[in-house]
Design a protein around this ligand. Structure first.
Ligand SMILES: C[S@@+](CC[C@H](N)C(=O)[O-])C[C@H]1O[C@@H](n2cnc3c(N)ncnc32)[C@H](O)[C@@H]1O
Length: 255
């Protein structure tokens, strides 16, 4: 099954034709695996390309930056929600008894709801791009619940998945949760309008040491996120650090 056939968009890639053809081999090896499910789930690295592994290391790198930092973790643009699960499991590994380290994810789950003139569309960045399966929010909640219940502090729910357009849900969420402090905020929506709305919404909740993860900082193809960041953080003092694993991704650390 390909994402284009099933969801109306194809994954963005910088791979060559030859690499794409070669990738079909991996899909076939995955489909034809002679490995039982229980053993597959502890050997998933068998099928993980280096780029996918780098993304996981990048999330771990971010988590390490907030180990001495109080507050919640938020992700704007969760897609299938892998990072929400990774954050919960990294919490369990690094700080199993930190019950205040909640993880909150925002997405429409129907893909991009709008593209303004401030941004450029592409194969994936288009209305409906990155849409996931119907009723996916419920499925994702069950998955995160499973991991929480498998980890220490099983009885305490520490996650929220907020469905809807971030330009509306982020201001509503943070005005309802006005006492919240943000340790880490991951921005992965690429576009100006939702990035700007989310940055404005979290700004009063940042403290010295809060970390922002920006996927498209200084990205010529998607300038909207950088523009939204520069506007919102004008006059704010911060440090910039690039990722060691995803070398075009950036951490902003508030002074
Ligand atoms: C690049 S994907 C995120 C990938 C994900 N962070 C990951 O690492 O697996 C971008 C996501 O942003 C979401 N998105 C884009 N604009 C949005 C908006 N205005 N409100 C909510 N979600 C939005 C899309 O639905 C999509 O799932």
């Amino acid at each position: 099954m390909s994402s284009e056939q099933d969801f109306g968009y194809k994954m963005e890639t910088k791979a060559t034709e030859q690499q794409i053809a070669h990738r079909e081999l991996l899909y076939r090896l995955f489909r034809d695996r002679p490995i039982p499910d229980d053993q597959l789930l502890i050997c998933l690295g068998l099928f993980m390309r280096s780029s996918a592994l780098a993304k996981i290391l990048f999330v771990n790198e971010a988590y390490q930056l907030i180990l001495d930092q109080p507050g919640i973790i938020v992700e704007f643009g969760t897609w299938w929600g892998q990072n929400l699960v990774l954050f919960e499991n990294l919490r369990a590994i690094y700080e199993p008894f930190n019950q205040s380290r909640r993880v909150v994810g925002f997405d429409t789950f129907e893909g991009y709801p709008a593209i303004s003139e401030k941004d450029r569309p592409s194969d994936t960045i288009k209305i409906g791009g990155y849409k996931v399966a119907a009723n996916y929010r419920e499925y994702l909640e069950s998955l995160i619940d499973y991991h929480e219940k498998n980890n220490v502090l099983a009885a305490i729910k520490k996650h929220e998945v907020v469905q809807g357009d971030v330009t509306k849900t982020a201001p509503a969420y943070f005005s309802k949760n006005e006492d919240v402090v943000i340790a880490l905020a991951y921005f992965d929506m690429a576009l100006y309008e939702p990035s700007k709305a989310a940055l404005e919404a979290i700004k009063p909740h940042l403290v010295p040491g809060s970390v922002l993860m920006l996927d498209e900082f200084n990205n010529r193809d998607y300038p909207g996120e950088t523009r939204a960041f520069k506007e919102t953080f004008k006059g704010v003092s911060y440090r910039v650090k690039k990722s060691r694993f995803m070398t075009d991704r950036t951490f902003i650390i508030v002074d």
